[in-house]
Design a protein around this ligand. Sequence first.
Ligand code: TYM
Length: 350
Amino acid sequence: MPAVSALPSDRPRVLSGVQPTGSLHLGNWLGAIRNWVDLQTSHDTYFCVVDLHAITVPHDPGRLAEDTLSTAALYLACGIDPERSTVFVQSHVSAHSELCWLLNCVTPLNWLERMIQFKEKALRQGADVSAGLLDYPVLMAADILLYDADRVPVGEDQKQHLELARDIAQQRINARFGSKDAEGELIPILKVPEPLILREGARVMSLSDGRSKMSKSDPNEGSRINLLDPPELISRKIKRAKTDPQMGLEFGNAERPEADNLLGLYALLAGRSREAVAAECAAMGWGAFKPLLAEAAVAALSPLQERYRDLRSDPLYLQSVLRQGRDRASEVAAATLARVRQSLGFLAIP
Ligand code: TYM
């Protein structure tokens, strides 16, 4: 395994993360991680495994550490290069929790109650909803704002959380606590980040219902393809995926969400343009299409799974990556936190 080296840092900065809840799926890869890989050449990139977010719903303490390691290994297996990116675990940098508290105290409660993901998850959990689940987007804002991130590559479902992070930075911190320069211009305390949501892959839908998104929390395993699913299982899930009675695959027909989703997956997994796959599959029946899609999925995931197995066979290397990531991330985070503490008027003693 290569040694981990120092990073240049004069480029625009990117931060993103995935929760270590169970296995990552095609939506996480195509909507988020795949896009992180290209950004490494042009940006100063920070990728964290957001384990504090994973405990906002009931979790199994016997699995958290293993799922955290497995998620970090998947980042690397997908092409995140620790020589170019800072890869770390959110709970290893305590500034995330501390900034979250400071932001909590300036964030209106009704901003959080409006969040669609909160409403959906709270509905599923009934009476057992934790305060942490409501606070989830404030912790996410802390993750982003600590690193002065310019851009945040995520899937479509995170857009509302990103807007919240922008509003907290702009309206609740900079506008209230920022100072003015000699010309009366506001000197911001926190950088206001931009979302980076690519059109293709930003919303991968469930295999069992083309109108709902592929999700880790769907109790039906057959609704998603996990990145570590073996080839036979991938084929079986695709074989059982929901279809419709029409011949021919097509994009953009609102009556045929499954055709749109599976054709889109085929284009992304085979690395071909949407026009090319639409032409190839325009007259194809589902019976001919599904094996093609399964083949493309297996071919796309096999090399990633092989790299994953290699990485898991060398736990010391993975630990060294996460240790170095923690140290680098802590330095950046501490500087931002100190700035916010000072602006909010906390006593500092030398
Ligand atoms: P998580 O773990 O739910 O999702 C991780 C990433 O995967 C994307 N994603 C999808 N993209 C396309 N289609 C889907 N079906 C699909 N499902 C998930 C998500 O949009 C996300 O980009 N709250 C974040 C984690 C987080 C974070 C952050 C992200 C915590 N702090 C700071 C960016 C910056 C989340 O959704 O995790």
